[in-house]
Design a protein around this ligand. Sequence first.
Ligand code: MN
Length: 419
Amino acid sequence: MMIKSWVSIPEESDFPIENLPYGIARAGGNTFAVTRIGDTVADLSKLYALGLFSEPGFDFEDVFTQPVLNDFISMGQDVHRKLRKRLQEIFSTEHAPDNNLKRMIESIALKPAGEVEMLMPVKVTDYTDFYSSIEHATNVGRMFRDPANALLPNWKHLPVGYHGRASSIVVSGAGIHRPVGQAMPAGAETPVFGPSKMLDFELEMAFVVGRGTELGESVKAKEAENYIFGFLLFNDLSARDIQSWEYVPLGPFLSKNFGSVVSPWIVTLDALEPFRVAGPVQDPEVLPYLQTEGLRNFDINLEVFIQPGEGRESLVCRSNFRHMYWNICQQLAHHTVNGCNITTGDLYASGTISGPEPGSYGSMLELTWRGTKSLKLADGEERKFIDDGDAVIMRGYAAKNGLRIGFGECRVNILPAKF
Ligand code: MN
């Protein structure tokens, strides 16, 4: 049953009143925490100032005027759940405030989404990238190693990952310069230096940690969701030519840390509750510390578009978060099983989310099979990798029984190399 709102919500909006994602907006020189309903953002600091949050534990005096959501996130799941319920009340038709108060809310706290600039929602304290899609890992293994033995022996026994770089994670709308670096082209005997010729996207989702642990503690797989605040779309930009030369034996480095992009809205686990699905069957059975029960994957449609300059957008990939072989609980349990501590604001990315069909591969590397074929775009152009001037746009939404919970978009503009 959809909840009706007195705020207008366009058909097919990512942001019905069942979503209520969190973000940070800027307008008129001020920065404030917001949620979104349809094409309207609601300034949470103003709703607080209007006296609309009076329940015990709702001490939002300082948190909604911070430049990031970290302090709000660390208030804990109980507060987040109560606030979600309260916001649904305030904006529902059924429990709508009286007309006076409604006019106050409209004039003081609500703004058209197009009139605010969305900023980075969290200070990312640490960032890890997993490699949890079996289709992606298999495709990469087939391309770079042994087509008959594409997965390395550890892959089905632990969620492979690496520690990434938090400082270069930016919010949707950013421009990222094409990285320069070393590569060893096929047939060359010495490395070459210059702008990457194989710039790629990786279609991923990321979760934000909502609760920290002490060094030495570990998060149990069955309790892991208590440590997760919500999800974002994530583009892990990758320079394939730099990567294939540098990554032996310690993994990706400069091929990844020049920029990654998140969508501005953090969609909570509670909003995604109706879209739980079972993950793929894990065979062989995983070790006890990685075992989970219930539905731990999420049915979220994911799309990637390339838009050259002022040209038209072309859909190049359609995938789904449900394909993940390793779920978020397993990722967090594995990450902390050795006592590694986590912090509110940590970001854990899924790894490239590829599906089983060629059109569902989550990177150009796979879509063009390492540049051996081209993708045709709407205006007649072709791409093997990403060109300067291209925008890469990711969108994601879950939909079921008339309810649609979306993420908005995660957009990056690729600028020429700067070095
Ligand atoms: Mn990645």
